[in-house]
Ligand binder design. Sequence first.
Ligand code: MN
Length: 249
Amino acid sequence: MRHSESVATLFISDLHLTAERPRTNEELFVFLEHDAVSADALYILGDLFEYWIGDDAAEALGHEAVLRALRRLTDRGTPVFFMHGNRDFLVDGEFSRRTGCRILTDPTVVELYGEPVLLTHGDRLCTEDHAHQEFRKLVGEPAWQHSFLAKSIAERTRLATGARQQSELNKSLMSMEIMDVNQDAVEVLMRDYGVGTLIHGHTHRPAVHHFSLDGTPVRRIVLGDWYEQGSVLWYSDRSVRLNPAGPTS
Ligand code: MN
């Protein structure tokens, strides 16, 4: 039975799921079975997976259980939205059909409790990371995606993970340093979309930042990653809670 009253909309990102860290999968399954069931909706703002080399490789990468867990949640009536991150930008229609998740383009404005809220993964805001912005442009090209997806699963896996294979994809996935967002890029995007709230992940720097944009108080909410512990944003018309809490400013 679903709650008829509004509870909260939940946001997660940057779980970086991989068969090599099964504990994070377990934490996600518990979250999907409990907190997410009574939520108004769940938004996954990218980098759910450590890397995604095509919907046809879900089984080879050990992600079948994740897909089934998401399907159980959508079957129980919680709307789930997925936005691509810079690591799982190849998530596509088969994933969507199998899980019941609706894929959102980056960025997207949604209306939550009467207010427009801008959602983005966050890497587009890291404008000082020129190498990453070049990579974004490259892998966003349909021609690059078609040629990559035409390769065998073994070859795609090698290109994504091979230590000796310094493909553009591998270099980007293995890059350890994540720069923070550029404040000017944040303000341009928020002004373009006319919102007072921006929610994103990617930087692994969970926090609620309050600042003034053209004389109006606005906020930027940053989701945390799931390396140490599950990080969830509980967003309602009454409160905004990052759990575990990040610094506020
Ligand atoms: Mn990311």
